[in-house]
Design a protein around this ligand. Sequence first.
Ligand code: AP5
Length: 218
Amino acid sequence: MNIILLGPPGAGKGTQAKLLESSRGMVQLSTGDMLRAEVKSGSALGARAKSLMEAGELVPDDLVIGIIANRIDEPDCRNGFILDGFPRTVAQAEALDQMLAEKKMDLDSVIEMKVDDKALTARITGRFTCAACGEGYHEEFKRPAKDGVCDKCGSTEFSRRKDDNAETVKSRLAAYHEQTAPILPYYEKKGLLRQVDGMASMEEVSRQIEAVLDEAAG
Ligand code: AP5
């Protein structure tokens, strides 16, 4: 099964994609993670993306479309994938349709995670990640069992994203409302759009997503 998790910054797309990887063996395709890896590696592509990401603006369509087209060709995607952070513009959604048609792949569901802007700012500014294994945490909503120690790998090093500050969040939310929200009617017309309550607890959101996928599987 191939799906899109769609929602504003901090809606919980990454959190839920990781849960689906465990529960269903699908693979998470996060364009944000892929772009951050490019920036870290110092590639030419990363250099084009860096300042835009730090300003909370979208990187050019051609750049992300190229990254996803290459990634979808890898064998693990045949088990089903979760697009997290892509598509983010109507042009990207159209490119995805063309890409999937060429590869004879289907899109099964587009799940919109609805969360208030106010809650998003709190989620983003409180987020931190294990620097060793990448496990995600939150100061209020998901603290490690033992303060300062990663539950998953025991590391004591944590990091925060450069774009996770109150100022940049404003630009990221504006980009979502102006450039990404217009793809909701695009998928509604195709009959693929479903909604879950992203304001609920992580466990409840997960239950709602699993129910949508069970329904899509028939
Ligand atoms: P990207 O990395 O995709 O960031 P984003 O969309 O802003 O989303 P986030 O990763 O911030 O949030 P999330 O929804 O995954 O939430 P999470 O699960 O972590 O993109 C970064 C940048 O890259 C963009 O600004 C752009 O520049 C560029 N880019 C990427 N893709 C692009 C594209 N296709 N086109 C153009 N440019 C692109 O949760 C957030 C926090 O909340 C966590 O701490 C978590 O623990 C907590 N949390 C999660 N769920 C809940 C819950 N139910 N209740 C309480 N807390 C919760």
